[in-house]
Design a protein around this ligand. Structure first.
Ligand code: SAH
Length: 677
């Protein structure tokens, strides 16, 4: 799942060592491992081709073979010398927006080099994933990496934005030089703006300023000259437009510009039966051209339910990867529209199909998102376009283009087109929730899989202390939301909201996220929300829990049957906790006490000690471990009767031995079996 953005993915090895190194990686990444015929026997020891359908054998030269498979894969991982890879791929490279991601892994598996298509092909991300998977260092040479800035050509990827026209190389170069870059964002999530590092070169213009004539003039002046120094505005060296309009950049302008198109436009379609795909497509293109709208900003197509299987419409949506939203006449009828028609009403039971469907789809795309995000949205209103407010909903929807009717010579049918603007973009992505355990504290106590999950996510959500601990794993451009410890449920809801919208969200918990962690909360919230168990996708990444971390610092106290009990009665009644303490003490379980004491809950640990003393010897070994594997780690080994004299707080876990546990030097040991004691 972690490598899903790079499927289909190929790995290529030409030596036995490289093949053996890449095989587990290929299996984990779901990649095809290509090897030459000469190596076919080498992997027999590992089960060979039969055991691993991942392995494919090519005949003849790698150069020829590569040319035949080059366009079949999104990414390539080469287990070859970088120089050899450069020679192999150089005749195949076309354009950095289309070339696959190319990553090279050295023979020793120490480095994963992002060789080609770093941003757009995602080779930087692929190199990070590969590096984490095999424990190598990623080698990234792109400029934005060192600056901690998101790459300009990756800005909108998390939100499903479409890349539009522009000089991406020059804008990226201006950012890399740290020159002022103006961002004019009319629509789309502004979340990316909130997670920029200090001293970033972007400055933001709002849509209102954009249509103010005076300012426009200023900008034009600034476009062509850097002589003007007495303005408040910084002197722009590049500009990023984020909007739904199709801007034509003048070739004379020296100011490099690019445009991103968030998918905010819902195209309402009404058509006669048998209307051709070509006619529908042409009609949409003409409307978009006439109103300077970007085709890349199309979220999807909306129509009446009886057109759900209209062949031309379905074919167009499939080809263009547009969702087709359909609504029954009863819903469409309830929408106020500028161009109602009684003829249409007589036929299908609503006065409007195209306009009403566009409006409803635009509204629904906002409603289907959980609330609370609205503040992150900027909606631009182009005064040149006609506007109408759709519905009485709290989410205003703007009908940008009222219905237009089209026919084409020689094409069957007729089509009406209307366009509505949604407040929030459609991402077109399937969201994912990674529920990640980050272990006790140190980075090297986090599993490689969990590290990979964290760095590959679009957004990372967690309690601020743990986010700080994992900060070296965070990637430039990632959305990082650290919330106070008390707001676990809000954290879970926020993660779900982003994932339902299409983002890949890592929710981090210390230790194991499934042990008094966020995994349960997130899954519970999903269940309450009527989750189907599939979307958003959920994957749980285990971590080293506090009891294991603490145990490892004092020896082997958990050698025999053990249990964990949390003394926090915030979510569990105290009577239930007492019952479990009694049962554990009675049954001679080694017991780990989580959440033993907080500023407001000081008596619980006293009561726990009393209960254990009823069933266990006062000399029973006890380990008190605070902040295991963190800088301020404290460990004391004591006995059950002296347990309270050690300092215990919320960062502490208490391990109480069983009747056979013994202290030995500075160690705590529970025998593997009782007969030996
Ligand atoms: N999911 C976590 C537990 C969270 S409950 C895990 O699996 O470890 C929080 C409690 O865990 C704390 O009150 C403390 O009792 C314990 N804890 C978490 N990290 C710890 C650490 N590094 N050292 C000691 N105890 C820790």
């Amino acid at each position: 799942m972690l490598f899903q953005d790079f499927q289909p993915l190929a790995a290529i090895a030409t030596t036995p060592t490289a093949a053996k190194r890449l095989l587990p990686l290929a299996l984990a990444a779901g990649a095809t491992l290509w090897i030459p015929e000469s190596l076919a026997g080498v992997l027999e020891a590992n089960g060979g081709q039969d055991a691993h359908p991942t392995i494919q054998v090519y005949a003849g030269s790698l150069k020829t073979h590569l040319a035949t498979i080059w366009h079949q894969y999104q990414g390539f991982i080469f287990g070859l010398a970088a120089g050899a890879v450069v020679r192999l791929i150089s005749p195949l490279l076309e354009d950095k927006s289309r070339d696959p991601a190319v990553v090279v892994v050295d023979e020793m598996g120490q480095f994963a080099i992002s060789l080609c298509s770093g941003h757009q092909g995602g080779a930087d991300r692929l190199a990070r994933l590969v590096a984490l998977q095999i424990g190598a260092t990623p080698v990234l040479s792109g400029a934005s990496v060192g600056l901690g800035l998101p790459a300009v050509d990756m800005l909108g990827v998390a939100f499903g934005w479409t890349k539009g026209e522009g000089n991406w190389t020059l804008v990226a170069a201006a950012i890399a030089r740290g020159e002022p870059v103006e961002v004019i964002q009319e629509v789309g999530s502004t979340l990316w703006q909130k997670h920029l590092p200090k001293g970033h070169p972007f400055y933001f213009e709002t849509a209102e300023e954009q249509v103010t004539p005076g300012l426009q003039e200023t900008r034009d002046l600034l476009d062509s000259s850097s002589r003007i120094t007495n303005y408040q505005l910084p002197i722009t060296k590049a500009r990023i437009w984020i909007g739904f309009t199709q801007r034509r950049f003048s070739p004379e302008s020296e100011l490099p510009k690019v445009q991103w198109h968030p998918r905010v436009l819902w195209v309402g379609i009404g058509c006669e039966r048998g209307t051709s795909r070509e006619l529908i497509e042409t009609a949409i293109e003409r409307v978009f051209q006439a109103h300077h709208l970007a085709m890349g900003a199309i979220a999807g197509i909306a129509t009446i339910d009886i057109k759900a299987s209209e062949a031309g419409l379905v074919e167009l949506c499939c080809d263009r990867n547009w969702p087709l939203q359909t609504f029954p006449a009863e819903i469409l009828r309830s929408i106020g529209v500028p161009t109602p028609s009684t003829v249409v009403e007589a036929e299908v039971g609503t006065k409007s199909v195209a306009e009403a469907a566009a409006i409803v789809a635009a509204q629904e795309s906002c409603l289907s998102m959980a609330k609370g995000e609205a503040a992150d949205i900027v909606v631009g209103q182009e005064s040149c376009l006609s506007m109408a407010k759709g519905g009485q909903d709290a989410h205003p929807t703007i009908l940008l283009v009222p219905k237009q009717i089209f026919r084409l010579e020689g094409q069957p049918g007729a089509v009406t087109v209307a366009v509505a603007l949604a407040e929030k973009e459609y991402t077109g992505r399937t969201g994912c929730l990674y529920l990640v355990g980050t272990g006790p504290g140190e980075l090297n106590q986090i599993t490689p899989a969990a590290q990979t999950a964290i760095s590959s996510a679009d957004a990372v959500i967690g309690y601020s202390l743990y986010i700080d601990l994992i900060s070296p794993l965070l990637r430039p451009g990632q959305i990082v939301e650290a919330l106070p410890i008390t707001q676990e449920r809000q954290r879970a809801q926020r993660a779900i909201e982003l994932a339902r919208w299409g983002l890949t969200v890592a929710v981090v918990s210390s230790g194991d996220c499934g042990i008094y962690g966020m995994a349960g909360l997130v899954l519970e919230e999903l269940r309450f929300a009527g989750w189907d168990g599939k979307i958003p996708r959920v994957q749980v990444f285990p971590g080293i829990s506090a009891l294991q971390a603490a145990a490892s610092r004092v020896g082997a106290p958990l050698m025999h049957d053990f249990c964990a009990i949390s003394l926090s009665d915030l979510l569990t009644p105290w009577s239930a906790i007492e019952k479990r303490l009694t049962a554990a003490a009675m049954a001679d379980f080694v017991t780990a006490l989580y959440n033993p004491k907080s500023a407001n809950r000081t008596e619980k640990i006293v009561r726990a000690q009393e209960i254990f003393l009823q069933y266990r010897d006062p000399n029973t070994p006890v380990a008190i471990v605070r902040s295991a594997y963190r800088q301020d780690e404290q460990i004391s080994i004591t006995t059950l009767d002296k347990l309270l004299s050690a300092s215990i707080d919320m960062l502490t876990v208490v391990l109480i031995g069983n009747s056979n546990t013994r202290n030995y030097a500075e160690w705590m040991i529970t025998p593997r079996g009782y007969q030996l004691s």
